[in-house]
Design a protein around this ligand. Structure first.
Ligand code: GLP
Length: 241
């Protein structure tokens, strides 16, 4: 695993964006696995700036997002589809049909999950998967559990995740209780992984994930078994490594 410690959020974001841009330049029709949450917002802003400056094109890029709240329509302003449109897709030359986010309104979540994994395989697999890190060690919405779920599936959100994410909703009661998420197997199948993390509040979980035992109770610890992981963090987040 390669670790880049950056001085602050903006240099962390630039570093993460440069790794994504390098992937696109190497393979213009690459498949990017994308993430939501507050951490990658700065990286997306940087990618948009490079696109606007003519340094980067998403014309051939394909994307598959990690997860989506179950029960939220794509137009809902807290859905992850909406997040991706506002933070990236609406500002670059990516083709709408090349962007994929699990359907939060799927009537049959099992079928949706299997279809999503099939779609990723049909695209040729994910070249670079961007990940954030939940305070409880979740990646995507793979919450601490007794085993690793393999494929894209419906998950009950942990109480701590509902608590952490309520800041984006009018009240805690409005936070969806379930989500569709790529499984650990889907994520581990990516050819390379870029995990971004910032803030001292995540220092303990970063240490547990990368220096602790590989256990499903700390979902991100499974990344220790992936052959091509880059961790990009600010000083605070990496302070306990
Ligand atoms: C959310 C998302 C994750 C994200 C994580 C951390 O619940 N499902 O993909 O990485 O929580 O979010 P943040 O970056 O806002 O701390």
């Amino acid at each position: 695993m390669r670790i880049y410690q950056c001085a602050d959020y903006s240099s962390m974001s630039r570093k993460a964006a440069s790794i994504i841009a390098a992937q696109i330049q190497l393979k213009p029709d690459c498949v990017l696995g994308l993430a939501t949450g507050s951490t990658p917002v700065g990286a997306y802003e940087q990618l948009v700036r490079w696109y606007q400056d003519g340094e980067l094109s998403f014309a051939e890029v394909k994307t598959a997002n990690l997860d989506e709240y179950y029960g939220l329509a794509p137009e809902h302003d807290q859905s992850y589809r909406y997040f991706m449109q506002k933070n990236l897709f609406d500002h670059v030359d990516i083709k709408a049909e090349n962007t994929h986010v699990p359907n939060g309104l799927a009537g049959d979540p099992e079928k949706e999950g299997a279809g999503y994994d099939h779609m990723i395989r049909a695209l040729g697999g994910i070249d670079l998967q961007l990940l954030g890190l939940g305070h409880n060690g979740h990646i995507g919405f793979n919450e601490p559990a007794d085993c690793y779920p393999v494929g894209t599936h419906l998950v009950d959100l942990a109480a701590s995740t509902i608590e952490a994410n309520k800041r984006f909703f009018a009240s805690e009661a409005d936070v969806p209780r379930q989500a569709l998420t790529m499984g650990i197997g889907t994520i581990m199948n990516a050819r390379s992984i870029l995990l971004v993390v910032n803030g001292a509040a995540k220092a303990d979980i970063v240490r547990a994930a990368f220096q602790g035992p590989v256990v499903p109770q700390v979902p991100a610890s499974v990344l220790q078994l992936h052959p091509n992981v880059v961790l990009v963090g600010d000083r605070g987040a990496l302070s306990k490594l």
